[in-house]
Design a protein around this ligand. Structure first.
Ligand SMILES: [Zn+2]
Length: 251
């Protein structure tokens, strides 16, 4: 990277896709300001905001074509046209997964110097996944801590798995076999979940480590829906992380 990120950062740039379920951007802005005592600049629709010639094509280039391989394909004209529409009109795009690492790299190139040096977070409806060296297939991610950090509300629904038996039960009986409510797209708890992931991005940016192994901490690295509900929704920061955040606030 040919820039140096400021630690601690002095400003937060928060981009939020419009019309995400039950999320109120101003609540997230307030939450962030209160938790970090840092000025938050709230913006809408990152890609629309930074749109330029050729961007749609580059976005399509990050599309996952095969869940078992990190192989990318030259975009077809109709895919690019569709992506253009999605960016320009902020349309909903279902069923497409983007390669998280590629996507972040692309987004980074669109940041201003100020956004690169400080802390920029993009909250999106788009689904992204990663395929790491030791994995056999892509995994949907809730968050990627990077410059910029990206959080996916669809990823919060689709990423952390439900118990195995859920997938082997008929659709109309599924909800009855669980003793908790997994996240849904129009979930009223989405804002709380997003707040937890916002905190993760801050800790990543400050300490290089976004997660915590203490159960009940909002930074717990949840792989299952049940864990997500217990930690990101019902959890609080553990004492250690509360202290850390307090130190940052007092800087
Ligand atoms: Zn913790």
């Amino acid at each position: 990277m040919n820039f140096s990120a400021k630690i601690p950062f002095s400003k937060i740039f928060l981009y939020i896709d419009s019309r995400i379920g039950k999320i109120d951007p101003h609540n997230l802005e307030k939450f962030f300001e209160e938790k970090t005592s840092t000025e938050v600049e709230l913006e809408e629709n990152f890609l629309q905001n930074k749109n330029r010639k050729g961007l749609a094509r580059r976005v399509v280039y990050t599309k996952v074509r095969d869940k078992r391989e990190r192989k990318f394909k030259k975009p077809l004209p109709k895919e690019v046209d569709l992506e253009k529409k999605v960016i320009e009109e902020d349309k909903e795009l279902l069923g497409i997964i983007y390669d998280g690492h590629r996507l972040v790299k692309l987004l980074r190139g669109l940041l201003s110097q100020d956004e690169k040096e400080n802390h920029t977070i993009i909250i999106t409806k788009r689904l992204f996944g990663t395929l790491e060296m030791n994995e056999s297939r892509y995994h949907i991610r809730t968050v990627i801590n990077s410059i910029p950090s990206i959080i996916s509300t669809s990823g919060i629904v689709e990423g952390p798995a439900k118990p195995r038996k859920y997938y082997f039960t008929d659709k109309d009986e599924r909800d009855e076999i669980l003793d908790f409510r997994p996240m849904t797209y129009s979930d009223e708890r989405m804002e709380t979940a997003v707040k937890s992931y916002l905190l993760q991005t801050v800790f990543w940016r400050l300490l290089g480590d976004p997660s915590c192994d203490k159960e009940g901490c909002r930074l717990y690295n949840s792989h299952w829906q049940r864990e997500l509900i217990e930690n990101q929704i019902k959890g609080e920061l553990c004492e250690e992380h509360k202290d850390r955040l307090q130190q940052f606030k007092k800087r």
